[in-house]
Design a protein around this ligand. Sequence first.
Ligand code: FBP
Length: 709
Amino acid sequence: MLALTGHKGGFMPGEKSINLAKLLSHPKVHKATGNINQELTFRRQTTPRRCEVFNARYTLLHDNPRFRFNIDKDAAKRLHNIINNKVQKVVGVDNPEQIHNKKYSKKRNIGIVFSGGPSPGGHNVIAGLFDAAKKANPENRIFGFLLGPDGIIENETIEITEEIVASYKNLGGFCMIKTGRTKVDTKDKMVLSKETCNKLNLDALVIVGGDDSNTNAAFLAQDMFADGIQVIGVPKTIDGDIQVKDANSNILCAVSFGFYTAARAFAYNISNLCTDSSSDVKYWHICKVMGRVASHLALEVALQTHANITLIGEDLADYIDKKRVAAAEKKGVVDHNAYGMTLRHLSRIICNGIVRRAEVGKNYGVIVIPEGVLEFINEIQTFIIKLNTIIADYNNTHDADFHSTFPVLDEKLEYLRRLARLSREEGSFSIWNTRDDDLFNDIPPFFQEGLLMERDSHGNFPFSQVETDRVIMGLVKDYLNILKEKGAYKIGIKKSYYKKTLEKEGLDPDYFGHILFKNYNDNEMFLLIKPSIVSVKTLKQTLIKEGVINKDDKAPACIEKIYKKSVPNFKTQAHFYGYDGRGSDPTVFDCTYTYNLGLTVFSLIANGSTGQMAAIRNLERSFSQWEPIGIPIAPLMHFEERKGKLALVLEKSIVDINSPSFQVVKAMREKWLAASVKEDNYRRPGPIQFAGQSEENKPLTLILNALGN
Ligand code: FBP
C-alpha cells in the first residue's frame, strides 16, 4: 500500500511513502493525466479527402434545369429574389480564363453560425470553408458567430484562424463556436442581424442548421439580397429529417450530416446491451433514442444492431386494425378508431414479442423506442396538437408566457379545466372539451407534465424531455402482469433440463410431463407449464387432482423447482441515447461529407449564389462519384403548422414506410425478434473508428434506400 508523505495519521507498517509533488511532475503522470491522446492527434492531423472538383484551382457552378420543383405561390411572392434559383452543380476548372465570375478570388469576409442541436461534423464544415476560402485568397476572413443565432443578433464573434481549425478538425460537437436555438424570426431580429453583417462587412453568411434554420436562411437571403449579402445554408441534424428531393423524386440531399455518427454511437451502445442482455439473461433493456419526431435514427439503429424489437413511429401511424374494420363493415358503420395505433394496442404488440421470447427461454432482450414515437399515436398526437394551440393562443392573446403564468402542473391542469368548463357552459365549439379533460386526467402526472412542457423557440415539442419509454413500458408491465395471472406469460423450460432434473430425483419425466406442460411431446425443445398452474398452490392442486400426491403432501422439490423457473420476472433497465451520440466524434463518412460541404459552401459564395443550401449528391456511391451541389431553398418551402399557426417552412421528412430501408426492417422483424430456439441474431457494428478500414462505412438506410431509385 502507498501513502502520501505528510499524511497525518502516520504510516502503517509496510506502507511506502510517496512524494506527491515529485509524482505529479513525473512525465508519465503528465502523459496519463493530459488530454491529448493518439486518437485525438490523429484526427487533428488528418485532412479529409476532397471531391475531385475541389482539387482544381477554381470552381464554377452549372445550373441544372433537370431538377424541377412545385413552387408554392406564397413562397414565390415572399421569396421573390431567390425563388428562381436552380440546382447548381460544382465544376472544377484550372484555367483562370474559364471562370466567368471575375470576383472569384476577391477578398471576402464570411460569417458562419451553428444553429440548433450539435451534430457531429460541424467543425469540418468550418474547416472546409476555411481551407477553400484561404486557397482562393489568403486574405479572406472567416468569422464564427458565438452561441448560435444570438451571436448574429448581438454581434458576438471570433475570427477563425488556422490554429483554431487545426485544433477542432475531425472532432465532434460544436465547441469551437457553440450553438443555440434562437430563431431569427421577427422583424427586429432581422434588422439586428443585417446590422451585424453590415458592421462586419460580411459578403456572406453561412447558416449550419436543420429545417427551421435553413428556412431562416432563405428569409435572410431574401432580406439581405439588396445589400448584396449572400446567405448559404448547410443541412445539419442528427435526426436525419432533412432529405431533399425534387418534384420528380430525384434525390438531392439524401441525409443530413451527423445522422450517421449519432446512429453509430447509439448502435454501438445498444449492441453492447444486446451482448450483455444475452449473457446475463435477466433484463429487457429499453432504449429510447433521439430523433425528435421522425424515426430515422431508430431505423438505422435497427439495421445496425438487429435489436429484438424496434418501434418505428411512422409505421404505427399507418396501422389499420383489419378485424375492427371488418366488424364495423358488417354493421354498416365506420369505426374511426380502427385506423392508427392506440397506446394500448402498441403495448399489446410489445407484450406479444416479450411473451413469445419467454416461451423459448429468452426472458431478456432489447427494445428500441424512438423518442418521438408518441407523436404517431392518434390519441397522443391529438393532445400534442391541442395543447400546442392552447399554449400558442394563450401567449398571443395574453401577451404573456403560459409557462411563467402557470409554473406548476396543478395550475396548468386548472387552466385546462376552466377551458373545459367554458366549453360546457357556453355550449360552443372549443378546442378543449370535457372529454379531452377527462382523458387527460386519466394519464399519469409525469406524462401530463411531459405533454405540457415548454415548446422550443421553433414551437417544437420537446420529445427528448418526455419519458416516452416509461409511458409505453408502464402499459406493457401492466399487461404482462395480467398475462402472468392468466398463465399466458411463462418461461419455456428446456426439455433436456426438465428431464435431467426429474431423473435426478428418480421421477419419470414423461409421466409428469403430461401433467405439468401444455405442449409435452417429442418435438418440443421448450416446455410450457399449463396456463392453469399459476402458483405453487395451483401446482399442488394439479398434482393432487392427478393423484400424484395426497392433500397433506408437498409437491416434489424438483417439480416445484421447475415450476418456479417458469415464472417470469420482467425486469427492465431504461437507457436514453441522445446527447451522447450527438456529441460523438464523427465517423470518417461524416468527416469527409462535412469537409466537402464546407468546400461546397465556398464555391457557392465565390460564384455569387444566395438562398442555396450546400449538399452532396450520390453519397451512397463510391467517393469518386460524390457530386457537390447547391440546392435552392425557396422552391422547397411549403406551409406547415408552427406555434399554432401556418408558416412557410422547409419540409421535415419522416420515415417513408414504402422505402426499401423500412421494408427490409419490416421483413426482418421476425428474425430479429428471435422468438425461436435459434440463437439471437444481434449484429455488432463496433465503435466509431477513425483509423483503419472504416472509410467506406455509410448509413445502411442510405444504401438500402438508394436501391429503390
Ligand atoms: P436539431 O434538430 O436542432 O438538430 O436537434 C435535434 C435534437 O438532437 C433532437 O434529436 C432532440 O429531440 C432535440 O435536439 C433535443 O433538444 P435540446 O438540445 O434542446 O434538448
